[in-house]
Design a protein around this ligand. Structure first.
Ligand SMILES: Nc1nc2c(c(=O)[nH]1)N[C@H]1C(S)=C(S)[C@@H](COP(=O)(O)OP(=O)(O)OC[C@H]3O[C@@H](n4cnc5c(=O)[nH]c(N)nc54)[C@H](O)[C@@H]3O)O[C@H]1N2
Ligand SMILES: Nc1nc2c(c(=O)[nH]1)N[C@H]1C(S)=C(S)[C@@H](COP(=O)(O)OP(=O)(O)OC[C@H]3O[C@@H](n4cnc5c(=O)[nH]c(N)nc54)[C@H](O)[C@@H]3O)O[C@H]1N2
Ligand code: SF4
Ligand SMILES: [Mo]
Length: 821
């Protein structure tokens, strides 16, 4: 490895000493300024930091943004002096009202300078040295011309030899939704060459994305009413595996809105989560903690008690739903297959789904289930919102559908203050992305299916592997691009097995990673290309989970690309030139040209009052409100279900889905594990490495989940030393589980199963239920010679086995043992 590109050990380089942190916190931490070891600044820095906002020493202040996939997107004002970003300031537009609130960046974004000037920056194009294996870290620096030639040659070879189904751009969310950086032209390039293998769904909500069309007819997720709507009209708000305080940390996002909602007298907030999350701590009136993967059972028990007390909304179920009771079933389905029959124990399993039954499975006391049911039935309107924790499980499709169903049984769909049981609604940006163009290749796999498609693509079919667009793939993946993602070495599952798959060059023949940090995925590639950060290029950046106030941020290029990096779009342009498709790919525009074009030709027409490009550069942020006030999902359907039917076969909400009934009989499961079943009803399903198995498994008795963590957004920001100090990586374990194992708070423990071993300090806490542990996902791996990871990466322990319908990632379903190291 050459000196200039060696990946430093975690925390090496830009590390704050504890003392310097204590001395200079406040201003220094808040502006993200580097103090003791800033590679570019002298020791007189602290004095400058204490100066007021709008410091006179900067040459200029430009608008930029943090564009990671945290569910938000925050404007940053970068102060530049002599071509260096010297300071990061938050939004200073807007005010403290809910509607026009400041979009204040969280502590991560404010530390953007540590990411821009990080020693982990990739400095030159790197090619894996001849004769070494992927992952050995032996690199040769090459020129950009050599890099472009190599990329073009390998891509052309793949098209000529295997066709477009062999070309795949793996999921990546590091540049999520930034209008230009997200696509950066990669798909335009592939589409101009004949197309590429697609994927459907995403890692965030693979199971919701795969199952919702059967329930609500929606191909994506079916969102619920917004938090703002609950604040204005609701009496109760349920956050079901939903943690806005940690997963929506922007001031422009739902941390703020949910907090305002919690401040409202008369809105009861209940959080259902095995973990006492920050949302429980900050927002909740009540915390209910089921075992992971048992939410459908909890819903079943609640519905039983609602029906027993006649607190279900029969009129709503009759008019808007299919399959609740025997009188409302699709024609031709045998008797005793309705939801009510299942709940009352009159169906095939003969088990009555009483609160006592649900209690045994979920671990939630029977009394709590009964009281929760009564409260839900009597406190309307109630907005049940689900996060994505419950569905990131082996039975995630049913978990998600069950939570939708509870909102249906309560009749809350389409009314102010109510909701659908989906993720809280937001006013979605109406602004435009760099268009990808049409993909001539119709084949698609699930977001999670690519490692299978590397191993056995040509065997993968529709009914066996969820292939869409064609009945069967014609080839395995041979050319893999990881751009703005860290799937290969961090965010996919079972990293040890995955590494073996990727190291076999007879399978995937060429792997390229394009990133701005030397990520653990870059480590596993053949070619590594250094991208810029947002500070070094133009972009337009939209809001995302922002409540009912959407916004757009203009990003100006603040500094020249560092080292020998280039914006990805310029890489695409050069490669396209070599392949003779430049005109088609660029349409003659550079990045700034696209930003100006999209703003002036599309966005100003889509959003009334939207400024033109030049004005946006000065203004920085433009906010626009939901014209309907607050989001009430499926209002039209509720008002007139005949005129505004859903896109399900019956046009109604399908609590019983005939399509799923048929799939249960036609889909094939050659590698079936326990729980790999498709059910027409949102039943509770016991799975491999599920809650019941944990109770009887002496070897691996703990359910390990991996919540999304404040320190990072997935792996991004994970290499910043001051954030590591603020939120150290540790595994959460309950007090009784720790005592049983002789583990004290802070002890280094080993977390292990047959897939891998991780050593990390334990956080012994009452904030997680017994039998469950959580290792926050996204930590960078740090393997020792024996293959033990000391970074704390949960995906060393997770499984590549996918879910039955979505063929999706279910990384919160993992059994482990923990012992003192
Ligand atoms: N066990 C477990 N695994 C999970 C999850 C879980 O809950 N548990 N969650 C899943 C979910 S929901 C998601 S969304 C995925 C996320 O997984 P990824 O999308 O892989 O997210 P990151 O790890 O943040 O990787 C983003 C990469 O983009 C890079 N990047 C940042 N800015 C730029 C840029 O400007 N240009 C380029 N080229 N690169 C840039 C970063 O340096 C980083 O390496 O992880 C999934 N994996
Ligand atoms: N700070 C920070 N913010 C982020 C991210 C990040 O990495 N860091 N990632 C972003 C991305 S891409 C996404 S997709 C979202 C993820 O958002 P989510 O998927 O909603 O986040 P998770 O932490 O996986 O799950 C939410 C909660 O569900 C709980 N949970 C886990 N399993 C179960 C279960 O079976 N039942 C119930 N009831 N609860 C369960 C977890 O303890 C957790 O508190 O967050 C986004 N925001
Ligand atoms: S990580 Fe998210 S909340 Fe924090 S600054 Fe970036 S976009 Fe904003
Ligand atoms: Mo995600």
């Amino acid at each position: 490895m050459t000196a200039s590109t060696r990946t430093p050990a975690r925390g090496e380089g830009a590390r704050f000493s504890r003392r310097s942190l204590m001395q200079w916190t406040g201003a220094a931490a808040a502006t993200g300024a580097l103090v003791s070891s800033d590679p570019l600044r002298a020791a007189s820095e602290p004095m400058r930091l204490l100066q007021a906002d709008g410091m006179p020493d900067a040459d200029r202040t430009v608008w930029s943004a943090c564009i990671v996939n945290c569910g938000s997107r925050c404007p940053l004002r970068l102060q530049v002096k002599d071509g260096v970003v010297v300071r990061v300031l938050p939004d200073n537009t807007g005010d403290d009202t809910l509607e026009n609130r400041q979009i204040r960046a969280c502590v991560r974004g404010r530390n953007m300078r540590q990411r821009i000037y990080n020693p982990d920056r990739i400095k030159k194009p790197l090619k894996r040295k001849e004769g070494t294996r992927r992952g050995e870290g032996q690199w040769e620096e090459i020129s950009w011309d050599e890099a472009f030639d190599l990329f073009a040659e390998k891509l052309k070879h793949t098209y000529d030899t295997y066709g477009p189904e062999a070309v795949f751009k793996v999921y990546g969310s590091g540049v999520w939704n930034a209008h230009l950086a997200y696509g950066a032209g990669w798909q335009r390039l592939f589409n101009a060459m004949g197309g590429h293998l697609n994927y459907y769904n995403n890692y965030s909500y693979s199971q919701i994305g795969g199952i919702t069309r059967f329930h609500y007819g929606n191909q994506d997720e079916q969102v619920s009413n917004s938090f703002e709507d609950s604040l204005k009209h609701g009496r109760m708000l349920v956050l079901w595996g939903n943690n806005p305080q940690e997963t929506r940390m922007s001031g422009g996002g739902l941390t703020y809105v949910s907090l305002e909602a919690a401040r409202k007298a008369g809105l009861k907030i209940v959080v259902v989560d095995p973990r006492h999350s920050d949302s429980v701590a900050v927002l909740a009136d009540q915390w209910i903690s089921p075992r992971p993967g048992t939410d459908a059972a909890l819903v079943n028990g609640i519905v039983h008690h609602l029906v027993k007390n006649n607190l279900h909304d029969q009129a709503f179920l009759d008019k808007y739903c299919v399959g609740f009771d025997e009188k409302h079933m699709p024609k031709g389905i045998p008797a005793n297959n309705s939801y009510l029959t299942y709940i009352m124990g009159k169906g095939a399993d003969g088990i009555e789904k009483t609160p006592a039954w649900a209690s045994k499975i979920t671990g939630v006391p029977e009394k709590t289930i009964i009281e929760f049911a009564l409260e839900l039935g009597r406190t309307k309107p109630v907005n049940i919102t689900q996060g994505w924790g419950p569905q990131r499980h082996a039975n995630g499709e049913n978990q998600a559908r069950a939570i939708y169903t509870l909102a249906n049984v309560l009749g809350q769909v389409g009314i102010p203050g109510g909701g659908t049981g989906g993720r809280e609604g937001n006013y979605w940006p109406l602004t435009a992305w760099l268009p990808n163009g049409d993909n001539p290749c119709k084949a698609a796999i699930s977001n999670f299916g690519w490692s299978e498609a590397i191993v056995r693509g040509e065997e993968m079919t529709d009914v066996k592997d969820g292939v869409r667009g064609v009945k069967k793939l014609s080839t395995s993946i041979k050319f893999l691009l990881e751009y703005g993602g860290n799937m290969l070495g961090s965010q996919h599952a079972d990293l040890n097995k995955l590494r073996e798959i990727l190291q076999d060059e007879s399978k995937c023949e060429f792997i390229v990673t394009v990133d701005n940090q030397m990520s653990t995925s870059a480590d596993l590639s053949d070619l590594v290309l250094p991208d810029t950060t947002t500070a070094e290029r133009w972009d337009l950046v939209p809001s995302e989970y922002c409540g009912d106030t959407a916004y757009l941020i203009a990003c100006e290029k603040a500094i020249e690309p560092l080292h020998d990096s280039k914006p990805a779009y310029e890489m695409v342009t050069e490669i396209a030139k070599r392949l003779g498709v430049e005109k088609k790919v660029t349409e003659g525009r550079d990045l700034r040209g696209w930003a100006q074009y999209l703003q002036d030709e599309v966005n100003v027409k889509a959003v009334p009052g939207m400024p033109k490009f030049e004005e946006m550069l000065k203004k920085g942020v433009h906010r626009y409100r939901n014209p309907e006030g607050t989001t009430v999902a499926l209002r039209d359907f509720r008002e007139d279900p005949v005129k505004n039917p859903l896109e399900t076969p019956t046009g109604k909400i399908e609590i019983f889905s005939e399509e799923l009934w048929n799939m249960a009989r036609t889909w094939e499961f050659p590698d079936r594990k326990k729980g790999d079943v498709i059910t027409a009803l949102p039943m509770h399903v016991d799975t491999w490495e599920g809650a019941m198995e944990a109770l009887s498994n002496d070897k691996y008795p703990l359910q390990l989940i991996g919540h999304h963590f404040k320190q990072r957004v997935h792996s991004t920001y994970g290499n910043l030393s001051n954030l590591q100090e603020a939120h150290p990586q540790s595994v959460w374990i309950s007090i009784p589980d720790a005592e049983k194992r002789g583990i004290k708070n802070g002890d280094t423990v080993e977390i292990f199963n047959d897939r891998g071993r991780v050593q990390i300090p334990a956080k012994v806490t009452a904030r997680i239920m017994p039998g469950v542990a959580s290792l926050p996902q996204g930590a960078w791996t740090d393997f020792d010679a024996e293959g033990v990871d000391h970074g704390g990466a949960v995906n060393v322990l997770t499984s590549l086995h996918w879910t039955p319908v979505s063929k999706g990632n279910c990384q919160h379903t993992t059994l482990v043992q923990i012992k003192k190291a």
